[in-house]
Design a protein around this ligand. Structure first.
Ligand code: ATP
Length: 604
Protein backbone atom coordinates (compact mmCIF):
# COMPACT_ATOMS: atom_id res chain seq x y z
CA UNK A 1 0.00 0.00 0.00
CA UNK A 2 1.47 3.36 -0.94
CA UNK A 3 0.57 6.79 0.32
CA UNK A 4 -0.02 9.82 -1.88
CA UNK A 5 3.60 10.85 -1.45
CA UNK A 6 4.81 7.50 -2.66
CA UNK A 7 5.93 6.40 0.81
CA UNK A 8 4.97 2.83 1.58
CA UNK A 9 2.54 1.99 4.33
CA UNK A 10 2.69 -1.52 5.62
CA UNK A 11 0.12 -3.92 7.00
CA UNK A 12 0.45 -7.10 8.98
CA UNK A 13 0.29 -10.21 6.86
CA UNK A 14 -1.31 -13.32 8.39
CA UNK A 15 0.44 -16.69 8.39
CA UNK A 16 -0.40 -19.76 6.31
CA UNK A 17 -2.29 -22.44 8.27
CA UNK A 18 -0.24 -25.55 9.05
CA UNK A 19 -1.04 -28.70 10.99
CA UNK A 20 0.60 -29.42 14.36
CA UNK A 21 2.36 -32.38 12.76
CA UNK A 22 3.85 -30.24 10.03
CA UNK A 23 5.19 -27.81 12.62
CA UNK A 24 6.62 -30.69 14.70
CA UNK A 25 8.19 -32.27 11.61
CA UNK A 26 9.84 -28.99 10.65
CA UNK A 27 11.14 -28.41 14.16
CA UNK A 28 12.50 -31.95 14.46
CA UNK A 29 14.94 -31.02 11.70
CA UNK A 30 16.50 -28.55 14.16
CA UNK A 31 16.51 -31.10 16.97
CA UNK A 32 18.42 -33.78 14.96
CA UNK A 33 21.95 -32.37 15.42
CA UNK A 34 21.43 -32.41 19.19
CA UNK A 35 19.81 -35.86 19.42
CA UNK A 36 22.27 -36.90 22.15
CA UNK A 37 21.25 -33.97 24.28
CA UNK A 38 17.62 -34.88 23.64
CA UNK A 39 18.34 -38.48 24.64
CA UNK A 40 20.20 -37.25 27.76
CA UNK A 41 17.32 -35.08 28.89
CA UNK A 42 14.78 -37.85 28.34
CA UNK A 43 17.09 -40.38 30.06
CA UNK A 44 17.44 -38.15 33.13
CA UNK A 45 13.68 -37.66 33.21
CA UNK A 46 13.09 -41.41 33.06
CA UNK A 47 15.57 -42.05 35.92
CA UNK A 48 14.02 -39.28 37.97
CA UNK A 49 10.59 -40.81 37.33
CA UNK A 50 11.65 -44.34 38.24
CA UNK A 51 12.89 -43.11 41.64
CA UNK A 52 9.54 -41.42 42.11
CA UNK A 53 7.92 -44.88 41.89
CA UNK A 54 9.83 -45.93 45.03
CA UNK A 55 7.77 -43.57 47.21
CA UNK A 56 4.31 -45.23 46.94
CA UNK A 57 5.87 -48.70 47.12
CA UNK A 58 7.77 -47.86 50.33
CA UNK A 59 4.77 -46.05 51.85
CA UNK A 60 2.67 -49.17 51.32
CA UNK A 61 5.47 -51.25 52.92
CA UNK A 62 5.74 -48.88 55.93
CA UNK A 63 1.98 -49.09 56.59
CA UNK A 64 1.61 -52.89 56.13
CA UNK A 65 4.98 -54.20 57.38
CA UNK A 66 6.33 -51.58 59.78
CA UNK A 67 3.32 -49.84 61.38
CA UNK A 68 0.68 -52.63 61.24
CA UNK A 69 3.16 -55.36 62.33
CA UNK A 70 4.92 -52.96 64.73
CA UNK A 71 8.42 -53.71 63.39
CA UNK A 72 9.92 -50.31 64.22
CA UNK A 73 13.50 -51.61 63.84
CA UNK A 74 12.91 -51.62 60.05
CA UNK A 75 12.03 -47.94 60.01
CA UNK A 76 15.61 -46.50 59.75
CA UNK A 77 16.61 -48.45 56.61
CA UNK A 78 13.21 -47.89 54.99
CA UNK A 79 13.50 -44.13 55.67
CA UNK A 80 17.12 -44.23 54.39
CA UNK A 81 15.90 -45.82 51.15
CA UNK A 82 13.13 -43.23 50.88
CA UNK A 83 15.57 -40.34 51.40
CA UNK A 84 18.04 -41.88 48.94
CA UNK A 85 15.25 -42.18 46.36
CA UNK A 86 14.30 -38.51 46.91
CA UNK A 87 17.92 -37.37 46.48
CA UNK A 88 18.39 -39.41 43.32
CA UNK A 89 15.06 -38.25 41.91
CA UNK A 90 15.90 -34.57 42.42
CA UNK A 91 19.54 -35.07 41.33
CA UNK A 92 18.43 -36.46 37.97
CA UNK A 93 15.82 -33.75 37.76
CA UNK A 94 18.45 -31.06 38.20
CA UNK A 95 20.65 -32.68 35.52
CA UNK A 96 17.64 -32.89 33.21
CA UNK A 97 16.94 -29.15 33.61
CA UNK A 98 20.58 -28.31 32.83
CA UNK A 99 20.81 -30.52 29.74
CA UNK A 100 17.40 -29.43 28.54
CA UNK A 101 18.24 -25.74 28.75
CA UNK A 102 21.51 -26.29 26.91
CA UNK A 103 19.67 -28.25 24.23
CA UNK A 104 16.89 -25.68 23.99
CA UNK A 105 19.24 -22.71 23.64
CA UNK A 106 21.21 -24.43 20.86
CA UNK A 107 18.07 -25.15 18.90
CA UNK A 108 16.67 -21.64 19.42
CA UNK A 109 20.00 -20.18 18.25
CA UNK A 110 20.04 -22.32 15.09
CA UNK A 111 16.47 -21.57 14.19
CA UNK A 112 16.79 -17.84 14.87
CA UNK A 113 19.94 -17.66 12.73
CA UNK A 114 18.13 -19.48 9.91
CA UNK A 115 15.21 -17.06 10.10
CA UNK A 116 17.56 -14.07 10.20
CA UNK A 117 19.62 -15.31 7.24
CA UNK A 118 16.43 -15.92 5.31
CA UNK A 119 15.25 -12.39 6.05
CA UNK A 120 18.54 -11.04 4.66
CA UNK A 121 17.84 -12.77 1.35
CA UNK A 122 14.18 -11.94 0.91
CA UNK A 123 13.32 -9.47 -1.81
CA UNK A 124 12.58 -5.82 -1.08
CA UNK A 125 8.92 -6.25 -2.06
CA UNK A 126 8.56 -8.78 0.80
CA UNK A 127 9.38 -5.95 3.21
CA UNK A 128 7.04 -3.57 1.36
CA UNK A 129 4.16 -5.79 2.52
CA UNK A 130 5.15 -6.21 6.15
CA UNK A 131 5.67 -4.13 9.24
CA UNK A 132 9.15 -4.36 10.77
CA UNK A 133 7.61 -4.88 14.23
CA UNK A 134 5.72 -7.90 12.93
CA UNK A 135 8.92 -9.44 11.56
CA UNK A 136 10.74 -8.69 14.81
CA UNK A 137 8.01 -10.47 16.77
CA UNK A 138 8.44 -13.51 14.54
CA UNK A 139 12.23 -13.59 14.91
CA UNK A 140 12.27 -13.04 18.67
CA UNK A 141 9.02 -14.15 20.32
CA UNK A 142 7.72 -16.71 17.87
CA UNK A 143 11.03 -18.55 17.49
CA UNK A 144 11.23 -18.75 21.29
CA UNK A 145 7.67 -19.99 21.59
CA UNK A 146 7.88 -22.63 18.95
CA UNK A 147 11.18 -24.03 20.16
CA UNK A 148 10.78 -23.91 23.89
CA UNK A 149 7.35 -25.40 23.77
CA UNK A 150 8.16 -28.10 21.28
CA UNK A 151 11.34 -29.12 23.06
CA UNK A 152 9.69 -29.10 26.45
CA UNK A 153 6.80 -30.82 24.77
CA UNK A 154 8.97 -33.59 23.32
CA UNK A 155 10.68 -34.19 26.64
CA UNK A 156 7.68 -33.85 28.93
CA UNK A 157 5.39 -35.61 26.48
CA UNK A 158 7.73 -38.61 26.22
CA UNK A 159 8.17 -38.76 29.98
CA UNK A 160 4.45 -38.37 30.59
CA UNK A 161 3.60 -41.20 28.20
CA UNK A 162 6.32 -43.43 29.70
CA UNK A 163 5.13 -42.75 33.21
CA UNK A 164 1.48 -43.39 32.26
CA UNK A 165 2.45 -46.77 30.78
CA UNK A 166 4.83 -47.60 33.68
CA UNK A 167 2.29 -46.69 36.36
CA UNK A 168 -0.45 -48.62 34.57
CA UNK A 169 1.70 -51.75 34.79
CA UNK A 170 2.09 -51.19 38.56
CA UNK A 171 -1.63 -50.45 38.96
CA UNK A 172 -2.70 -53.63 37.14
CA UNK A 173 -0.15 -55.69 39.09
CA UNK A 174 -1.49 -54.30 42.41
CA UNK A 175 -5.22 -54.60 41.69
CA UNK A 176 -6.69 -55.19 38.22
CA UNK A 177 -10.19 -54.26 39.44
CA UNK A 178 -9.07 -50.88 40.79
CA UNK A 179 -6.90 -50.33 37.71
CA UNK A 180 -9.98 -50.63 35.45
CA UNK A 181 -11.85 -48.25 37.76
CA UNK A 182 -8.97 -45.78 37.49
CA UNK A 183 -9.34 -45.87 33.69
CA UNK A 184 -13.02 -44.77 33.76
CA UNK A 185 -12.24 -41.00 33.41
CA UNK A 186 -9.83 -41.58 30.47
CA UNK A 187 -12.47 -41.34 27.64
CA UNK A 188 -13.65 -38.00 29.13
CA UNK A 189 -10.06 -36.76 29.26
CA UNK A 190 -9.47 -37.70 25.61
CA UNK A 191 -12.78 -36.11 24.53
CA UNK A 192 -11.97 -32.91 26.43
CA UNK A 193 -8.49 -32.73 24.93
CA UNK A 194 -9.89 -33.11 21.41
CA UNK A 195 -12.53 -30.42 21.97
CA UNK A 196 -9.91 -28.05 23.35
CA UNK A 197 -7.44 -28.68 20.53
CA UNK A 198 -10.06 -28.00 17.89
CA UNK A 199 -10.72 -24.47 19.16
CA UNK A 200 -7.41 -23.50 20.80
CA UNK A 201 -5.46 -23.05 17.58
CA UNK A 202 -7.77 -20.27 16.39
CA UNK A 203 -7.35 -18.46 19.72
CA UNK A 204 -3.56 -18.77 19.66
CA UNK A 205 -3.37 -17.46 16.11
CA UNK A 206 -5.43 -14.44 17.15
CA UNK A 207 -3.17 -13.96 20.15
CA UNK A 208 0.07 -14.11 18.11
CA UNK A 209 -1.36 -11.72 15.52
CA UNK A 210 -2.48 -9.28 18.21
CA UNK A 211 0.96 -9.40 19.85
CA UNK A 212 2.61 -8.81 16.50
CA UNK A 213 0.30 -5.90 15.63
CA UNK A 214 1.06 -4.26 18.97
CA UNK A 215 4.81 -4.65 18.48
CA UNK A 216 4.53 -3.24 14.97
CA UNK A 217 2.73 -0.16 16.24
CA UNK A 218 5.20 0.28 19.08
CA UNK A 219 8.13 0.14 16.70
CA UNK A 220 6.47 2.58 14.32
CA UNK A 221 5.81 4.96 17.22
CA UNK A 222 9.34 4.76 18.57
CA UNK A 223 10.76 5.53 15.15
CA UNK A 224 8.31 8.37 14.64
CA UNK A 225 8.56 9.81 18.17
CA UNK A 226 9.65 13.22 16.86
CA UNK A 227 6.62 13.41 14.58
CA UNK A 228 4.32 12.36 17.42
CA UNK A 229 5.71 15.12 19.61
CA UNK A 230 5.80 17.73 16.84
CA UNK A 231 2.14 17.10 15.96
CA UNK A 232 1.17 16.66 19.65
CA UNK A 233 -0.37 13.31 18.79
CA UNK A 234 0.43 11.60 22.09
CA UNK A 235 -3.21 11.04 23.02
CA UNK A 236 -4.07 9.88 19.49
CA UNK A 237 -1.22 7.36 19.66
CA UNK A 238 -2.30 6.41 23.21
CA UNK A 239 -5.68 5.47 21.79
CA UNK A 240 -4.18 3.46 18.95
CA UNK A 241 -1.85 1.65 21.32
CA UNK A 242 -4.67 1.06 23.80
CA UNK A 243 -6.71 -0.45 20.96
CA UNK A 244 -3.93 -2.89 20.00
CA UNK A 245 -3.23 -3.65 23.68
CA UNK A 246 -6.92 -4.34 24.15
CA UNK A 247 -6.86 -6.80 21.26
CA UNK A 248 -3.89 -8.53 22.85
CA UNK A 249 -5.66 -8.53 26.21
CA UNK A 250 -8.76 -10.05 24.61
CA UNK A 251 -6.58 -12.60 22.83
CA UNK A 252 -4.86 -13.59 26.10
CA UNK A 253 -8.17 -13.68 27.97
CA UNK A 254 -9.69 -15.86 25.23
CA UNK A 255 -6.93 -18.41 25.79
CA UNK A 256 -7.21 -18.15 29.58
CA UNK A 257 -11.01 -18.52 29.54
CA UNK A 258 -10.82 -21.71 27.50
CA UNK A 259 -8.06 -23.00 29.75
CA UNK A 260 -9.99 -22.04 32.88
CA UNK A 261 -12.83 -24.27 31.68
CA UNK A 262 -10.74 -27.06 30.25
CA UNK A 263 -8.11 -27.56 32.95
CA UNK A 264 -10.47 -27.78 35.98
CA UNK A 265 -12.89 -30.02 34.02
CA UNK A 266 -10.06 -32.41 33.37
CA UNK A 267 -8.93 -32.20 37.02
CA UNK A 268 -12.54 -32.91 38.08
CA UNK A 269 -12.64 -36.01 35.88
CA UNK A 270 -9.40 -37.32 37.44
CA UNK A 271 -10.63 -36.51 40.96
CA UNK A 272 -13.78 -38.52 40.24
CA UNK A 273 -11.48 -41.37 39.25
CA UNK A 274 -9.61 -41.10 42.58
CA UNK A 275 -12.96 -40.94 44.41
CA UNK A 276 -14.20 -44.08 42.66
CA UNK A 277 -10.94 -45.89 43.46
CA UNK A 278 -11.22 -44.92 47.16
CA UNK A 279 -14.88 -46.00 47.25
CA UNK A 280 -14.35 -49.38 45.64
CA UNK A 281 -10.88 -49.83 47.19
CA UNK A 282 -12.34 -49.06 50.65
CA UNK A 283 -14.91 -51.83 50.16
CA UNK A 284 -12.13 -54.23 49.11
CA UNK A 285 -10.17 -53.36 52.31
CA UNK A 286 -13.31 -53.86 54.46
CA UNK A 287 -13.98 -57.19 52.71
CA UNK A 288 -10.34 -58.14 53.47
CA UNK A 289 -9.31 -58.67 49.86
CA UNK A 290 -6.86 -55.73 49.99
CA UNK A 291 -4.58 -54.33 52.71
CA UNK A 292 -4.72 -50.67 53.85
CA UNK A 293 -1.08 -50.25 52.77
CA UNK A 294 -1.84 -51.55 49.28
CA UNK A 295 -4.79 -49.17 48.96
CA UNK A 296 -2.67 -46.20 50.09
CA UNK A 297 0.10 -47.29 47.72
CA UNK A 298 -2.45 -47.67 44.91
CA UNK A 299 -3.85 -44.16 45.52
CA UNK A 300 -0.32 -42.70 45.57
CA UNK A 301 0.44 -44.46 42.27
CA UNK A 302 -2.84 -43.11 40.96
CA UNK A 303 -1.46 -39.60 41.53
CA UNK A 304 1.51 -40.56 39.34
CA UNK A 305 -0.96 -41.77 36.70
CA UNK A 306 -3.28 -38.75 36.58
CA UNK A 307 -0.51 -36.17 37.06
CA UNK A 308 1.14 -36.88 33.67
CA UNK A 309 -2.30 -36.92 32.06
CA UNK A 310 -2.73 -33.39 33.43
CA UNK A 311 0.72 -32.55 32.09
CA UNK A 312 -0.33 -33.81 28.65
CA UNK A 313 -3.24 -31.36 28.77
CA UNK A 314 -0.89 -28.50 29.58
CA UNK A 315 1.32 -29.69 26.75
CA UNK A 316 -1.64 -29.75 24.43
CA UNK A 317 -2.25 -26.11 25.36
CA UNK A 318 1.39 -25.21 24.75
CA UNK A 319 1.45 -27.17 21.51
CA UNK A 320 -1.38 -25.09 20.10
CA UNK A 321 0.61 -21.96 20.97
CA UNK A 322 3.69 -23.45 19.34
CA UNK A 323 1.70 -24.30 16.23
CA UNK A 324 0.48 -20.71 15.84
CA UNK A 325 4.01 -19.38 16.41
CA UNK A 326 5.52 -22.03 14.13
CA UNK A 327 3.23 -21.03 11.28
CA UNK A 328 4.55 -17.47 11.50
CA UNK A 329 8.20 -18.58 11.68
CA UNK A 330 7.94 -21.08 8.82
CA UNK A 331 6.22 -18.48 6.67
CA UNK A 332 9.50 -16.57 6.70
CA UNK A 333 11.59 -19.69 6.14
CA UNK A 334 9.40 -20.70 3.17
CA UNK A 335 9.26 -17.28 1.52
CA UNK A 336 11.10 -17.36 -1.82
CA UNK A 337 14.52 -15.68 -1.70
CA UNK A 338 15.42 -13.10 -4.30
CA UNK A 339 16.81 -14.30 -7.63
CA UNK A 340 18.14 -17.72 -6.49
CA UNK A 341 19.02 -18.92 -10.02
CA UNK A 342 21.53 -16.25 -10.93
CA UNK A 343 24.94 -17.82 -11.32
CA UNK A 344 27.16 -15.56 -13.46
CA UNK A 345 29.72 -12.91 -12.50
CA UNK A 346 30.71 -9.72 -14.26
CA UNK A 347 34.03 -10.04 -16.05
CA UNK A 348 36.41 -7.72 -14.14
CA UNK A 349 37.07 -4.86 -14.40
CA UNK A 350 33.59 -3.46 -14.92
CA UNK A 351 33.72 -0.30 -17.03
CA UNK A 352 30.23 0.84 -16.12
CA UNK A 353 28.28 1.03 -19.39
CA UNK A 354 24.60 0.80 -18.50
CA UNK A 355 21.84 0.15 -21.03
CA UNK A 356 18.10 0.08 -20.34
CA UNK A 357 16.22 -1.60 -23.18
CA UNK A 358 12.50 -1.01 -23.37
CA UNK A 359 11.93 -1.51 -19.64
CA UNK A 360 8.35 -1.86 -18.36
CA UNK A 361 7.54 -2.23 -14.67
CA UNK A 362 4.70 -2.23 -12.18
CA UNK A 363 4.67 -3.00 -8.45
CA UNK A 364 2.27 -5.88 -8.85
CA UNK A 365 -0.85 -3.75 -9.14
CA UNK A 366 -2.54 -3.09 -12.48
CA UNK A 367 -1.09 0.39 -12.72
CA UNK A 368 2.06 0.60 -14.82
CA UNK A 369 4.81 2.55 -13.10
CA UNK A 370 7.38 2.50 -15.92
CA UNK A 371 6.64 2.24 -19.64
CA UNK A 372 9.18 1.62 -22.33
CA UNK A 373 12.24 3.16 -20.67
CA UNK A 374 15.36 3.03 -22.83
CA UNK A 375 18.70 4.73 -22.29
CA UNK A 376 22.40 4.22 -22.87
CA UNK A 377 24.90 5.48 -20.28
CA UNK A 378 28.52 5.27 -21.40
CA UNK A 379 31.18 4.62 -18.74
CA UNK A 380 31.73 7.71 -16.61
CA UNK A 381 28.64 9.55 -17.88
CA UNK A 382 26.16 11.33 -15.65
CA UNK A 383 22.50 10.58 -16.31
CA UNK A 384 20.06 12.93 -14.61
CA UNK A 385 16.45 11.98 -13.97
CA UNK A 386 13.92 14.74 -13.47
CA UNK A 387 10.17 14.66 -13.19
CA UNK A 388 7.27 15.45 -10.91
CA UNK A 389 6.86 13.46 -7.72
CA UNK A 390 5.71 9.90 -8.40
CA UNK A 391 6.95 9.98 -12.01
CA UNK A 392 9.06 6.85 -11.50
CA UNK A 393 12.59 8.25 -11.00
CA UNK A 394 13.41 6.12 -7.95
CA UNK A 395 11.82 3.08 -9.56
CA UNK A 396 14.14 3.38 -12.57
CA UNK A 397 17.26 3.40 -10.38
CA UNK A 398 15.93 0.72 -8.01
CA UNK A 399 15.78 -1.73 -10.92
CA UNK A 400 19.51 -1.42 -11.55
CA UNK A 401 20.67 -3.18 -8.31
CA UNK A 402 17.66 -5.53 -8.81
CA UNK A 403 15.82 -4.35 -5.71
CA UNK A 404 12.79 -5.27 -7.83
CA UNK A 405 12.64 -7.77 -10.70
CA UNK A 406 12.07 -6.49 -14.21
CA UNK A 407 8.81 -7.53 -15.83
CA UNK A 408 9.82 -6.88 -19.41
CA UNK A 409 12.75 -5.39 -21.26
CA UNK A 410 16.31 -5.71 -20.02
CA UNK A 411 19.10 -3.86 -18.30
CA UNK A 412 22.69 -4.50 -19.36
CA UNK A 413 25.94 -3.57 -17.65
CA UNK A 414 28.95 -3.79 -19.95
CA UNK A 415 26.74 -5.78 -22.32
CA UNK A 416 25.78 -8.41 -19.68
CA UNK A 417 22.11 -8.79 -18.75
CA UNK A 418 21.87 -8.13 -15.00
CA UNK A 419 19.48 -11.10 -14.67
CA UNK A 420 22.33 -13.43 -15.53
CA UNK A 421 24.69 -12.44 -12.72
CA UNK A 422 24.63 -13.16 -9.01
CA UNK A 423 23.13 -10.39 -6.94
CA UNK A 424 26.34 -9.98 -4.97
CA UNK A 425 28.37 -9.50 -8.14
CA UNK A 426 25.78 -7.02 -9.43
CA UNK A 427 25.47 -5.00 -6.24
CA UNK A 428 29.22 -4.85 -5.77
CA UNK A 429 29.31 -2.69 -8.91
CA UNK A 430 26.86 -0.12 -7.56
CA UNK A 431 27.03 2.45 -4.77
CA UNK A 432 23.86 4.09 -3.57
CA UNK A 433 23.71 7.45 -1.84
CA UNK A 434 20.14 8.17 -0.89
CA UNK A 435 18.32 11.38 -0.14
CA UNK A 436 17.89 10.41 3.51
CA UNK A 437 21.15 8.61 4.29
CA UNK A 438 20.82 5.69 6.65
CA UNK A 439 23.49 5.32 9.30
CA UNK A 440 23.69 2.25 11.53
CA UNK A 441 23.78 2.57 15.28
CA UNK A 442 27.56 2.34 15.67
CA UNK A 443 30.62 4.53 15.41
CA UNK A 444 31.49 6.91 12.58
CA UNK A 445 34.35 4.58 11.64
CA UNK A 446 32.07 1.53 11.42
CA UNK A 447 29.58 3.46 9.30
CA UNK A 448 32.20 4.53 6.76
CA UNK A 449 33.83 1.09 6.82
CA UNK A 450 30.50 -0.37 5.78
CA UNK A 451 31.60 0.51 2.22
CA UNK A 452 34.59 -1.85 2.52
CA UNK A 453 34.83 -3.98 5.63
CA UNK A 454 38.53 -4.68 4.98
CA UNK A 455 39.49 -1.02 4.74
CA UNK A 456 42.04 0.16 7.29
CA UNK A 457 41.64 3.37 9.27
CA UNK A 458 43.93 5.21 6.84
CA UNK A 459 41.65 4.43 3.89
CA UNK A 460 38.65 5.48 5.98
CA UNK A 461 40.26 8.81 6.81
CA UNK A 462 41.17 9.36 3.13
CA UNK A 463 37.55 8.69 2.11
CA UNK A 464 36.33 11.02 4.85
CA UNK A 465 38.68 13.76 3.66
CA UNK A 466 37.47 13.34 0.06
CA UNK A 467 33.89 13.49 1.33
CA UNK A 468 34.64 16.72 3.24
CA UNK A 469 33.77 15.19 6.58
CA UNK A 470 37.17 14.62 8.17
CA UNK A 471 37.17 18.05 9.84
CA UNK A 472 33.84 17.66 11.64
CA UNK A 473 34.55 14.03 12.58
CA UNK A 474 37.90 15.05 14.12
CA UNK A 475 36.07 17.70 16.17
CA UNK A 476 33.68 15.09 17.66
CA UNK A 477 34.55 14.14 21.29
CA UNK A 478 35.71 10.67 20.30
CA UNK A 479 36.58 11.38 16.70
CA UNK A 480 36.00 8.40 14.43
CA UNK A 481 34.98 6.32 17.45
CA UNK A 482 32.04 8.59 18.27
CA UNK A 483 28.68 6.86 18.28
CA UNK A 484 26.17 8.24 15.78
CA UNK A 485 23.03 6.99 17.59
CA UNK A 486 20.07 5.21 16.04
CA UNK A 487 19.84 6.12 12.35
CA UNK A 488 22.58 8.67 12.98
CA UNK A 489 20.35 10.79 15.18
CA UNK A 490 23.32 12.50 16.84
CA UNK A 491 24.48 14.02 13.55
CA UNK A 492 23.07 16.75 11.33
CA UNK A 493 21.57 15.93 7.93
CA UNK A 494 24.57 17.44 6.15
CA UNK A 495 26.98 15.41 8.29
CA UNK A 496 25.09 12.19 7.67
CA UNK A 497 25.05 12.94 3.97
CA UNK A 498 28.82 13.37 3.85
CA UNK A 499 29.43 10.19 5.87
CA UNK A 500 27.31 8.29 3.40
CA UNK A 501 29.34 9.80 0.56
CA UNK A 502 32.56 8.68 2.29
CA UNK A 503 31.07 5.19 2.59
CA UNK A 504 30.31 5.15 -1.14
CA UNK A 505 33.82 6.44 -1.93
CA UNK A 506 35.29 3.60 0.07
CA UNK A 507 33.17 1.08 -1.79
CA UNK A 508 34.67 2.42 -5.00
CA UNK A 509 32.04 0.91 -7.31
CA UNK A 510 32.02 1.88 -11.00
CA UNK A 511 28.32 2.82 -10.98
CA UNK A 512 26.71 5.32 -8.66
CA UNK A 513 23.06 5.96 -7.83
CA UNK A 514 22.56 9.28 -6.20
CA UNK A 515 19.29 10.64 -4.92
CA UNK A 516 20.19 14.26 -4.46
CA UNK A 517 19.52 15.62 -0.99
CA UNK A 518 16.75 18.19 -0.83
CA UNK A 519 17.01 18.98 2.87
CA UNK A 520 17.88 22.61 3.25
CA UNK A 521 21.44 22.78 4.46
CA UNK A 522 23.33 26.06 4.78
CA UNK A 523 25.22 27.22 1.73
CA UNK A 524 28.63 26.28 3.14
CA UNK A 525 27.47 22.71 3.85
CA UNK A 526 25.79 22.52 0.45
CA UNK A 527 29.05 23.52 -1.18
CA UNK A 528 30.94 20.90 0.85
CA UNK A 529 28.41 18.21 -0.11
CA UNK A 530 28.49 19.26 -3.75
CA UNK A 531 32.31 19.10 -3.83
CA UNK A 532 32.22 15.66 -2.20
CA UNK A 533 29.66 14.45 -4.71
CA UNK A 534 31.69 15.70 -7.63
CA UNK A 535 34.69 13.74 -6.35
CA UNK A 536 32.46 10.71 -5.88
CA UNK A 537 31.05 10.92 -9.42
CA UNK A 538 34.45 11.34 -11.03
CA UNK A 539 35.08 8.42 -13.39
CA UNK A 540 31.85 6.65 -12.43
CA UNK A 541 28.64 6.16 -14.37
CA UNK A 542 26.20 8.12 -12.25
CA UNK A 543 22.43 8.12 -12.12
CA UNK A 544 21.34 11.25 -10.35
CA UNK A 545 17.77 11.88 -9.28
CA UNK A 546 18.02 15.60 -9.54
CA UNK A 547 16.01 17.91 -7.37
CA UNK A 548 17.91 21.06 -8.44
CA UNK A 549 18.41 22.16 -12.02
CA UNK A 550 21.77 23.72 -11.15
CA UNK A 551 23.33 20.31 -10.50
CA UNK A 552 22.39 18.71 -13.80
CA UNK A 553 23.47 21.32 -16.33
CA UNK A 554 26.59 19.27 -17.01
CA UNK A 555 24.84 15.91 -17.15
CA UNK A 556 25.58 13.88 -20.30
CA UNK A 557 21.87 13.10 -20.56
CA UNK A 558 18.78 14.38 -18.85
CA UNK A 559 15.68 12.18 -18.85
CA UNK A 560 12.47 14.11 -18.26
CA UNK A 561 9.86 11.71 -16.90
CA UNK A 562 6.13 11.99 -16.63
CA UNK A 563 3.84 9.22 -15.37
CA UNK A 564 6.48 6.56 -15.90
CA UNK A 565 7.37 7.59 -19.46
CA UNK A 566 10.34 9.50 -20.82
CA UNK A 567 8.92 12.63 -22.43
CA UNK A 568 12.24 14.29 -23.27
CA UNK A 569 15.82 13.07 -23.43
CA UNK A 570 19.05 14.92 -24.24
CA UNK A 571 21.65 17.18 -22.68
CA UNK A 572 20.85 20.56 -21.17
CA UNK A 573 21.55 22.58 -24.33
CA UNK A 574 19.60 20.22 -26.58
CA UNK A 575 16.59 20.25 -24.28
CA UNK A 576 16.63 24.02 -23.89
CA UNK A 577 16.87 24.41 -27.66
CA UNK A 578 13.92 22.02 -28.14
CA UNK A 579 11.69 24.40 -26.18
CA UNK A 580 9.70 21.63 -24.48
CA UNK A 581 8.94 20.82 -20.84
CA UNK A 582 12.57 21.07 -19.72
CA UNK A 583 13.05 24.44 -21.41
CA UNK A 584 9.92 25.74 -19.68
CA UNK A 585 11.19 24.40 -16.36
CA UNK A 586 14.39 26.39 -16.70
CA UNK A 587 12.36 29.55 -17.28
CA UNK A 588 10.54 29.31 -13.98
CA UNK A 589 12.30 31.59 -11.53
CA UNK A 590 12.58 31.72 -7.75
CA UNK A 591 11.92 28.05 -7.28
CA UNK A 592 14.54 25.85 -5.74
CA UNK A 593 13.35 22.32 -6.45
CA UNK A 594 12.63 20.67 -9.77
CA UNK A 595 9.41 19.16 -8.38
CA UNK A 596 8.11 22.61 -7.42
CA UNK A 597 8.84 23.84 -10.94
CA UNK A 598 6.87 20.92 -12.35
CA UNK A 599 3.91 21.88 -10.19
CA UNK A 600 3.90 25.29 -11.79
CA UNK A 601 3.64 23.83 -15.28
CA UNK A 602 -0.09 23.44 -15.76
CA UNK A 603 0.18 20.51 -18.20
CA UNK A 604 2.41 18.37 -15.88
P1 ATP B 1 9.58 11.12 -5.72
O1 ATP B 1 10.28 12.20 -6.47
O2 ATP B 1 8.39 11.64 -4.98
O3 ATP B 1 10.46 10.27 -4.90
P2 ATP B 1 9.58 9.24 -7.92
O4 ATP B 1 9.52 9.91 -9.24
O5 ATP B 1 10.90 8.78 -7.47
O6 ATP B 1 8.88 10.14 -6.82
P3 ATP B 1 8.74 6.55 -7.52
O7 ATP B 1 9.13 6.48 -6.10
O8 ATP B 1 9.53 5.82 -8.51
O9 ATP B 1 8.53 8.05 -7.98
O10 ATP B 1 7.24 6.03 -7.60
C1 ATP B 1 6.58 5.84 -8.83
C2 ATP B 1 5.19 5.28 -8.53
O11 ATP B 1 5.30 4.01 -7.98
C3 ATP B 1 4.43 6.13 -7.55
O12 ATP B 1 3.11 6.24 -8.01
C4 ATP B 1 4.48 5.36 -6.27
O13 ATP B 1 3.27 5.52 -5.58
C5 ATP B 1 4.63 3.92 -6.72
N1 ATP B 1 5.50 3.17 -5.81
C6 ATP B 1 6.73 3.51 -5.39
N2 ATP B 1 7.25 2.56 -4.58
C7 ATP B 1 6.32 1.59 -4.48
C8 ATP B 1 6.25 0.33 -3.80
N3 ATP B 1 7.25 -0.13 -3.06
N4 ATP B 1 5.13 -0.40 -3.93
C9 ATP B 1 4.10 0.03 -4.69
N5 ATP B 1 4.10 1.20 -5.37
C10 ATP B 1 5.19 1.98 -5.28
Amino acid sequence: MVSRTGKKRVREVGATKRSTWEVIRRVSHYIKPYKWLAAGTIGCAVFSLSFAFVYPKLTSYIIDEVITKQQLEQLPWVMGCLLGAFFLREGFNSLRILINNYFEQHVIYDMRMDVYRRLQHLPVHYYDQRASGDLMTRVIEDVNNVERVLIDGTEQGTVAILSIVGVLVFLFSMSPVLAWVALIPVPFLIGGALAYTLTAHRRYRRHREASSAMNALLMDNLQGIRQIKAFCRQSHEDERFADRSEQLRQGSLGIMKAWALYSPSMALATSMGTGLVLWIGGRLVIEGSMSVGDLVGFVLFLGLFYEPIGRLHALNQMMQGARAAGERVFDILDAPVECPDRKGEFPAPVKGEVVYQSVHFSYGEDRKVLEDISLVAKPGEMIALVGPTGAGKSTIVNLLPAFYELQSGSILIDGVDIRQVKLESLRNQISVVSQEPFLFNGTVLENIQYGDLDAGSEAVVDAAKAANCHAFISALPEGYDSHVGERGVKLSVGEKQRISIARALLKDAPILILDEATASVDTVTEKLIQEALERLMEGRTSFVIAHRLSTIRHASQILVLKSGKVVEQGDHDELVARGGVYARLTQIQNTFSVEARFEQLSDC
